[in-house]
Design a protein around this ligand. Structure first.
Ligand SMILES: [Cu+2]
Length: 481
């Protein structure tokens, strides 16, 4: 089966034959003056504009999307390819498109804090960069939302960006793209993301005196989907016994960590955040936080009609799932049977405890919650301060840094570093090596240590990938000396 064939299996809104994606310059709105940056025609165009998403029959939400698709069009390119992406903004607010997981300069990375120019309201911008590294990347809005739950990551502005390399990820028969999302966010004190704390989990950063102040409002949502469809509303994922399915899983949620399972099947995890792992392993359940990607191969060896879905009943029943249908199955109702759950542990995919070269410098970062501030919203401190930090975090080009993340709060946080990859050193004291990521979850009251080579001069944003946390202080800017 060739690529054009297997992409048909995924949701039509995510996957388009590559000819759909490559809009020649002649198809662009001719009324718009070409920006002066370069005269080369763009490889891709995106139009930011209001759009409707039919999650299910009679459940249509209004949001802002890219080119009338949610997720936006699949942008597929070769490693090392110079690409130009022309973005028009048909909304009333400035926008930024962030190319998540790419090693590109600050002025095109898509973050105001790094100095990237905006895509102005009713204007346009052109992002041009060399696509690296190979793997599953993505793109999304990087505006602040603050109290406006119709901006930034709360909108439909997200899409898959694949950078292909010459290295084959292994034999597979179908490739599918699955983005996890919630819709119609609201503020609540009932944290819907709460997973039962694992009593076995170490909490090295737990304060001796617990903070008894009541926590503030977090983000809840009544509707869930995979790509643009609620469970049962879209086309099933049609498979045949014996096939190997390559799943590119993305958590495009503004707020929630998700766990996904498919009864009787294993996910052979081959890459985290798009980067191949040293020790691919089969797992029953994938846990994935906002901003993260997991690539996994599933062998289809249990004929039936199944639900691939969120483990939490409330999320799955509210839409987060997709039907997996084997060929020639008479059984009408898809089955959900909860897979045996095991704690998600990045370190099983690494090299066991290979020694890391000593860093040139260690930077400690302590994260704390200020519960229930103005409007009942939690605020977040990095080393005792909300963003911004005046020249506190400095990289020198060519040096190796060890970042130690101390999470002194009762939430897990997916921490994202722009424009760099880091290597996991340890999670809650468990050592590992060879796992390269751009986003790492630091468990509640936990600690994570990563190593990073400062080889990408320019302003570099670091933040929690939960939009509300980022907006209310959980952000820091690294500068090169
Ligand atoms: Cu956070």
């Amino acid at each position: 089966m060739n690529r054009r064939d297997f992409v048909r299996f995924a949701s039509a809104t995510v996957i388009a034959a590559s000819t759909d994606l490559l809009h020649p310059a002649s198809t662009q709105a001719s009324a718009l003056p070409e920006p002066a940056l370069t005269s080369r025609p763009p490889d891709f165009t995106l139009r930011i504009a209001p759009t409707l998403v039919e999650l299910a029959p009679n459940v249509v939400v209004s949001t802002i999307g890219y080119s009338n698709k949610v997720p936006g069009p699949l942008l597929r390119m070769r490693a090392g390819q110079r690409v130009a992406i022309h973005v028009t903004n048909d909304t009333d607010v400035p926008e930024y498109v962030h190319w998540h997981g790419l090693l590109i300069p600050s002025d095109v990375d898509g973050a105001a804090e790094e100095g990237t120019p905006p895509v102005p309201p009713h204007g346009q911008n052109r992002y041009e960069f060399v696509a690296n590294p190979a793997g599953s990347r993505w793109y999304h809005s990087h505006t602040m939302a603050m109290l406006d739950l119709h901006r930034g990551a709360y909108t439909g502005q997200f899409g898959f960006l694949m950078i292909d390399s010459a290295h084959d990820p292994g034999r597979y028969d179908q490739e599918v793209f699955l983005a996890l999302r919630e819709w119609q966010p609201y503020l609540t004190q009932m944290d819907p993301d709460e997973q039962a704390a694992d009593p076995q989990s170490p909490t090295p950063e737990k304060p001796a005196q617990p903070d008894m102040r009541p926590s503030g409002l977090e983000i809840g949502a009544p509707l869930y989907s995979i790509n643009d469809k609620m469970l049962g509303a879209g086309e099933p994922l049609r498979v045949k016994e014996g096939q190997r399915i390559l799943i590119h899983l993305l958590n495009a949620s503004p707020s929630q960590i998700h766990r996904i399972g498919l009864f009787g099947h294993h996910f052979q995890v081959i890459a985290l955040d798009g980067n191949p792992v040293p020790s691919p392993q089969p797992v029953n359940v994938i846990e994935i936080a906002p901003g993260e990607r997991v690539d996994a191969i599933v062998e289809m060896n249990l004929p039936g009609v199944w639900i691939l879905g969120e483990l939490r009943d409330v999320a799955r029943r509210s839409g987060m799932g997709i039907v997996v249908e084997y060929a020639n199955q008479a059984q009408p109702r898809p089955q959900w049977i909860a897979p045996a759950n095991a704690r998600w542990d990045y370190t099983i995919f690494g090299k066991p405890a290979a020694p890391h070269p000593a860093p040139d410098q260690t930077i400690n970062m302590v994260f704390e919650k200020v519960p229930g501030g103005p409007n009942g919203i939690n605020h977040w401190l990095v080393n005792g301060k909300e963003y911004p930090h005046d020249r506190e975090f400095i990289f020198r080009q060519g040096l190796r840094y060890r970042l130690v993340f101390h999470n002194r709060s009762d939430d897990s946080h997916p921490l994202h570093m722009h424009r760099h990859l880091f290597e996991l050193v340890e999670i809650n004291g468990k050592p590992t090596a060879g796992i390269h990521k751009d986003t790492v979850v630091v468990p509640a009251f936990g600690r994570a240590t990563v190593d990073l080579l400062a080889d990408q001069p320019g302003l570099t944003l670091f933040h929690c990938h939960i939009q509300q946390h980022m907006d209310f202080g959980f952000m820091a800017l690294f500068r090169y000396a």
